[in-house]
Design a protein around this ligand. Structure first.
Ligand code: ZN
Length: 313
């Protein structure tokens, strides 16, 4: 598979890249389908994504104004979930960590209905993949209020990891200790969105305080040799999403993407889509963009691809 993957990059042959097993470990399920799939499914003409967004707020605004009118509420969410699994099948994704905002469980009718629904899509489109559902809390949430239901959600055995997203430095890291302690009790992998807009020091602090094993984004760790050494020594993996960073204007261009310095400093990294429906770049395209920008060699990108296929769970 290594040769096929490297050939696909060198020859710019998407069909070869689609054949090779890949992972996607940072995928917000409700935004995990392609816009083409959504247009085809709904038989509507949705405008394509803009070249860039004005940060997370601009991105959310575009989603609310442009996508949501076509697929609102629980019904719309089910369509987008289905599309996310269809894309995993099309792209030969063999390890998929898809995250679900905690609010969607009640939206679709409670934990039993939720698990049944997701299992049905998983089995219909890609039953043979390693599927690792992730439960995500918003960084502005009231953890005390959420904690009542945590045991229910975690003891089901459905979720394999937890995450916090929705903007950094909204509340101190310590606020989330009850959540991460609970995750530890149920042996869930501990992840968090950090170092996308926050600093390298934030990344280190979050790992030390919450015992994170992986970080979603974490790209700003590249500004600190000390923090990169800390991540490398402690085998903390960064699940990096290049198009997300460029389109949100956190990185000026693919050719300056910090994944290169992170990788070359020995930090474990993976390449992921984040919000495919918004950023418009499928997983094989993320590898192509980095290769064409001269950020990493085909062999280095293959090494990252293989790393993503190794489950820690
Ligand atoms: Zn994300």
């Amino acid at each position: 598979m290594k040769n096929l993957f490297c050939e696909g990059l060198v020859e710019n042959d998407v069909s070869k890249l689609l054949l090779v097993p890949k992972s996607d470990l940072h995928n917000h399920s409700g935004k995990g389908c392609t816009i083409e799939w959504l247009k085809e499914k709904l038989k509507v003409n949705i405008p394509n994504q803009p070249a860039s967004f004005d940060g997370l707020e601009g991105m959310q605004q575009w989603f609310t104004e442009t996508i949501k009118p076509y697929c609102r509420g629980a019904e719309g969410l089910l369509i987008r979930w289905e599309g996310a699994f269809a894309e995993a099948k099309r792209n030969n994704i063999k390890r998929l960590s898809m995250n679900f905002d905690v609010s969607v469980i009640d939206l679709v009718g409670g934990m039993d209905v939720f698990v049944r629904t997701i299992n049905e899509y998983h089995n219909r489109y890609c039953p043979d993949i390693v599927f690792e559902p992730e439960l995500t809390y918003l960084s502005c949430c009231d953890i005390a209020q959420e904690s009542d239901k945590m045991d229910d959600y975690f003891s089901s055995g459905f979720f394999k990891s937890i995450d916090v997203c929705g903007g950094e430095n909204i509340q101190p890291f310590e606020t989330f200790l009850p959540l991460y302690r609970k995750a530890e009790k149920y042996h869930l992998l501990k992840r968090m969105h950090v170092g996308e807009t926050g600093s390298a020091e934030d990344v280190k602090k979050a790992v030390e305080i919450l015992g994170l094993q992986e970080i979603h984004h974490g790209i700003n760790a590249a500004t600190s040799p000390e923090v990169m050494a800390f991540l490398a020594d402690n085998q903390i993996q960064l699940n990096v999403c290049p198009s997300s960073n460029v389109k949100l204007r956190y990185v000026a261009d693919y050719k300056y993407h910090p994944i290169r310095i992170l990788y070359e400093s020995g930090v474990k990294v993976t390449i992921n889509t984040d919000d495919l429906l918004l950023f418009g770049s499928t997983i094989e395209n993320e590898y192509i963009l980095l290769y064409r920008a001269g950020v990493l060699s085909a062999e280095q990108l293959n090494d990252i691809r293989e790393n993503g296929l190794n489950s820690r769970i």
